[in-house]
Design a protein around this ligand. Structure first.
Ligand code: MRU
Length: 343
């Protein structure tokens, strides 16, 4: 019997539960978030991760913060400002928090404000679920029968409210009989691919081959891949895409070896206020994340680390950007302003 689709966020009766992604695939532990401080910790420690998922968790965090602050709106705004800082690259975090801020009408009573906030957070959650479905449908339709795809990081149900972005396209395309093969990078150093994508694909009964990122050049050189398909953490107004470190390498390889590059992301990941990729702040994480992936706690004396966890792929290396509002093609500046103009 097919298992239930994976979820990472549950909101019920004013309580927020998150699936601890640090423990997967070994254990499925749900953790209750008592308030916004806990959510800040969960986002910065990667208990919850993936751009849309952290936006949704933060939206519920705004509700919990409001419930605790009752009538102190300036303290509430301070809590929200700090939450925005938890992870700087994924724009969905700021987008969701700003949307929650804009929900509270001037002069509304604390009770009414709380009800409005809960409704707004649930809508951010359900809109993402619907967007996932539309992106999966649209993206899969571009994959000719027999396509061979390569993906990176984890962009599935764990990272979103629904079937995912890039992984949603892949799972759907597999079940529609369009795919000959699926490859996924392990995604160093945190191993989102090996621990999370492999787990999701196994549950969806989609066969997949894992590879270390450094094997990607050989795979593409052997002409074994037609499409590289990834998600995004922020898409600038000119179509430059910030995504998990290693995406740029795959995009360069794809262009060099004649494969195509598809980026799948909801409108909430597109940031018309960021002109191009040079303005995107790239998150760097502690050296220990690299050492602990090899089981060497604390590292070795005198050895530092270069650990940016995102990179920026220039728009010119991207063939398609699939959103729930339409499939964008170059020139992206016009396509992206059309996407927002159409709202
Ligand atoms: O550091 P992470 O695991 O939060 O990074 C996630 C990614 O880079 C994903 O590709 C991106 O958030 C899109 S997820 C639908």
């Amino acid at each position: 019997m097919k298992k239930r689709r994976v979820e990472s966020i549950r909101w019920h009766d004013g309580r927020l539960l998150l699936l601890d992604q640090r423990d997967l695939p070994t254990a499925e532990n749900w953790v209750e978030m008592p308030g916004i401080e806990a959510i800040h910790g969960a986002i910065s420690d990667l208990l919850i991760r993936g751009a849309p998922a952290i936006g949704i968790a933060a939206a519920y965090g705004c509700v919990l913060a409001a419930a605790h602050r009752v009538a102190d709106t300036s303290a509430w705004h301070g809590d929200l400002d700090r939450l925005i800082e938890a992870r700087p690259t994924a724009v969905n975090l700021r987008w969701a928090i700003e949307r929650m801020r804009a929900t509270v009408a001037d002069g509304s009573t604390p009770g009414a404000a709380l009800a409005d906030l809960e409704r707004a957070a649930c809508k951010i959650h359900s809109d993402d679920l619907a967007a996932n479905q539309e992106m999966a449908r649209a993206g899969a339709s571009y994959l000719a029968p027999g396509s061979r795809v390569l993906t990176h990081c984890n962009t599935g149900s764990l990272a979103t409210a629904g079937v995912g972005t890039a992984l949603g396209v892949i799972v759907r395309a597999w079940h529609e009989g369009r795919l000959k093969s699926v490859h996924a990078c392990e995604t160093r150093p945190w191993l989102q691919g090996l621990r999370l994508t492999a787990w999701e694909l196994a549950r969806e009964q989609v066969p997949c081959n894992m590879l270390v990122e450094s094997a990607a050049a050989s795979l593409l050189q052997a002409r074994e891949i037609d499409w590289v398909i990834t998600g995004a953490d922020r898409i600038a107004a000119n179509g430059d895409v910030a995504n998990k470190i290693g995406t740029l390498m795959l995009a360069v390889l794809a262009r060099h070896f004649g494969a195509r590059m598809m980026v799948v992301a909801p409108r909430s990941t597109v940031d018309p206020d960021t002109a191009d990729g040079r303005q995107i702040q790239i998150e760097h994480r502690p050296a220990d994340e690299i050492w602990s992936s090899a089981g060497i706690a604390g590292g070795l004396p005198g050895i530092g680390a270069f650990n940016p966890v995102f990179d920026v792929t220039p728009a010119r290396l991207i063939d398609l950007i699939v959103t729930e509002g339409g499939v964008l093609r170059p020139p992206y500046e016009q396509a992206i302003s059309g996407l927002f103009g159409a709202l």
